[in-house]
Write a protein that binds this ligand. Structure first.
Ligand SMILES: [Zn+2]
Length: 93
């Protein structure tokens, strides 16, 4: 948005805008103009953006040895195996 100063008096103008009014117009433009989106974002795009922040339930797999539900890429906390190999010593509670 451009804010123009009120027109200068006839004595100042002489057909051209006075120096003071031109300088202050440039200063105002620096602080009043900002980027504005050209078009409204479609519902699809809006939902795609918000979908990235949506909560997703963690995916669990079953242990091949004991059948417990475990998160992927983690040694089984109940039997201590990872991809069929014993990697942890699990103590009974
Ligand atoms: Zn297991």
């Amino acid at each position: 948005m451009v804010y123009l100063l009120p027109p200068a008096t006839k004595a100042q103008t002489n057909g051209q805008p006075s120096m003071t009014s031109r300088v202050s117009t440039i200063k105002l433009n620096l602080f009043t103009t900002m980027a504005v989106p050209k078009r409204r974002q479609s519902k699809s795009r809006q939902k795609m953006r918000r979908g990235a922040n949506r909560w997703k339930a963690p995916i669990f797999s079953t242990c091949s040895d004991c059948g417990a539900s475990i998160p992927s890429h983690i040694a089984c906390p109940s039997c201590g195996t990872y991809r069929g190999r014993k990697v942890l010593e699990v103590e009974a509670l």
